[in-house]
Design a binder for this molecule. Structure first.
Ligand SMILES: N[C@@H](CCC(=O)N[C@@H](CS)C(=O)NCC(=O)O)C(=O)O
Length: 210
């Protein structure tokens, strides 16, 4: 049985949950409580020495410890529906878009939250090493998150889904980023009509509430 090490409130595990749901892969879930620091305890370090969620145990002796490897593995093993492109060109487009959603979407939100929240003092980055907050990064993160919504709106003005007519992993990363931006009090509004249209379209998919 495939096992997902998960945290219901965190964005990165949600990416894996949506991907698994889109592929129709049944799995067990083991919750890891990030609020109490369970990810840093020895029991979880033995599963994922990077101390992050998600992690996916796919067979005895094989645990995948980030979204990139989880998506690559699941796409190769469960081909339908394809979420990472069919042709060489589609695969390249989707990989590029997915990276932009991660780098220009999830990363600035994480920077704003992790460098600005008193609850995350000395936890400015996930992982086994503690890093101090840099307040300027919180400010930059907020500005970049606003810019992310503008960039996403411009992309979606031209297409139904991010990569064109088909839903892909880039939509998963983007919707997780857009929804998680609420934590830093940023939401799409009337300035982002294409993002709102696309978000409503995605709400029709059962996987999005995974
Ligand atoms: N590159 C990893 C990043 C995972 C990540 O940063 N997860 C966060 C939750 S969204 C985490 O585990 N945080 C633990 C912590 O804050 O100590 C992936 O995409 O899977």
């Amino acid at each position: 049985m495939i096992t997902l090490y998960d945290c219901a409130t965190a964005p990165n595990p949600r990416r894996a949950r949506i991907f698994l749901a889109e592929k129709g892969v049944t799995h067990e879930t083991v919750p890891i409580d990030l609020r109490t620091g369970e990810q840093l305890q020895p029991a979880y370090r033995r599963i994922n020495p990077n101390c992050t969620v998600p992690a996916l145990r796919v067979e005895e002796g094989l645990i995948l410890t980030d979204n990139a490897s989880i998506a690559a593995y699941l796409e190769a093993r469960f081909q339908d529906p394809p979420l990472m492109g069919r042709t060489p060109r589609e695969k390249a487009d989707i990989a590029s878009l997915n990276w932009r959603m991660e780098f220009d979407g999830l990363m600035p939100i994480a920077e704003a939250l992790r460098n600005g929240s008193p609850a995350m003092a000395d936890r400015a980055l996930p992982g086994p090493v503690n890093y101090a907050q840099i307040p300027e990064l919180a400010q930059r993160g907020l500005a970049r998150t606003q810019h992310f919504l503008e960039m996403l709106d411009a992309l979606l003005a031209q297409r139904r889904y991010l990569a064109g007519d088909v839903f892909s992993v880039a939509d998963i990363t983007a919707v997780v980023a857009v929804d998680f931006a609420r934590i830093v009090k940023i939401k799409p509004d009337e300035r982002h009509p294409h993002v709102l249209r696309w978000r409503a379209l995605l709400a029709e998919r059962a996987s999005i509430s995974a």
